[in-house]
Design a protein around this ligand. Structure first.
Ligand code: CUA
Length: 336
């Protein structure tokens, strides 16, 4: 029993890896489905080989074991048997062909050139956040890649600093983002929803916190989002939010634009109130606004403790009232 414990613990631990929203085994859309079928094909071939070898091995070990009191039985020796050698050379070749043909075909189909009128997004990875730019609609946003359903979304991947890797398991396999060249890929899904993404390349202290999301919207809703971002207007609703805006203008605006047409040094915050997370990974649930506000305050005050090594300085001088005002202001950044 004692020996089983680590195995049970490991099984429980690995079971946690199967969260459906972060699993390549739960694909949404053609890209992830094609990739999953390759995973299933290669695992099936491996399992087949393993089972056949294990059965022959077990049979031989039992059949030709040394029994007490009996004379040792030596099996027929087949060294140099041409027929057998041809069989066990041809079988692996056939298996490799079965694996290689669909793999090469899928790889080429996933690298197809984009058509003239393709929908493009420029993704730039930073330590430790994601910038998303839509050249056709002149929108900049961060941490949440909003896409329409039913459309192939072509992506230019770059990095502003070190190598990262763009990974949305339910939509597509990983692709590196490099500082000195542009990688291209595409994603597509017909199912509206939120798809979790991760940086999948060790890139520094807060690599594990470099999360993002893909938000897939029905085309009509997507168009509303575009219109909301393009006509984004800070509508400051309260005196506290007005105070927050002044503090934001003193401390934050140097890096964070709140106009969706302006790139900045840090994540663009247009429509921030509509996002599902803070800093890409802290809960910002509308079910529990108090917890979300507390997370946001902790983040602004001491970003280095929350996400070590990121480019945002701590603002330890801000008092509680000032932090509340900034939070109120950020929560007022909604889309119409
Ligand atoms: Cu970026 Cu890991």
């Amino acid at each position: 029993m004692k020996r089983l414990l680590p195995i049970v613990a490991l099984a429980l631990l690995l079971a946690g890896c199967g969260a459906p929203e972060l699993s390549a085994l739960n694909p949404s859309g053609a890209v992830a489905e094609k990739q999953l079928s390759l995973i299933i094909l290669s695992i099936s071939i491996m399992v087949l080989v393993f089972v056949v070898v294990a059965i022959i091995f077990t049979y031989v070990v039992i059949r030709y074991r040394e029994r007490p009191g009996q004379e040792k039985e030596i099996p027929v020796q087949v060294e140099g048997n041409h027929k057998l050698e041809i069989i066990w050379t041809v079988i692996p070749i056939l298996l490799l062909i079965v694996l290689a043909v669909p793999t090469v075909m899928t790889t080429f189909s996933l690298a197809e050139e984009a058509p003239e009128d393709a929908f493009w997004v420029d993704v730039t990875a930073h330590q430790y956040w994601w910038n998303f730019e839509y050249p056709d609609t002149n929108i900049v946003t961060a941490q949440e890649l909003v896409i329409p359903t039913g459309e192939r979304v072509y992506i230019n991947l770059e990095s502003a600093d070190v190598i990262h890797s763009f990974w949305v398991p339910a939509l597509a396999g990983k692709m590196d983002t490099n500082p000195d060249n542009t990688n291209k890929m595409y994603i597509e899904t017909d199912t509206p929803g939120i798809y979790d993404g991760r940086c999948a390349e060790l890139c520094g202290e807060a690599h594990a916190l470099m999360n993002f999301r893909v938000v897939a919207l029905e085309p009509a809703e997507y168009n509303n989002w575009v219109a909301g971002m393009q006509n984004f207007d800070e509508e400051v609703v309260s005196a506290q939010a007005t105070e927050g805006r002044e503090l934001f203008a003193q401390s934050c605006i140097g890096c964070h634009a709140v106009d969706a047409s302006q790139p900045g040094l840090g994540p663009n915050l247009a429509g921030f109130a509509e996002r599902g997370t803070i800093a890409g990974f802290l809960a910002k649930s509308s079910d529990n606004p108090e917890e979300a506000d507390a997370n946001l305050k902790a983040w602004i005050k001491e970003a280095q403790a929350v996400k070590p090594g990121n480019a945002m300085p701590n603002f330890l001088d801000l008092n509680d009232q000032e932090l509340d005002a900034i939070v109120e202001y950020l929560n007022s950044l909604t889309l119409d």
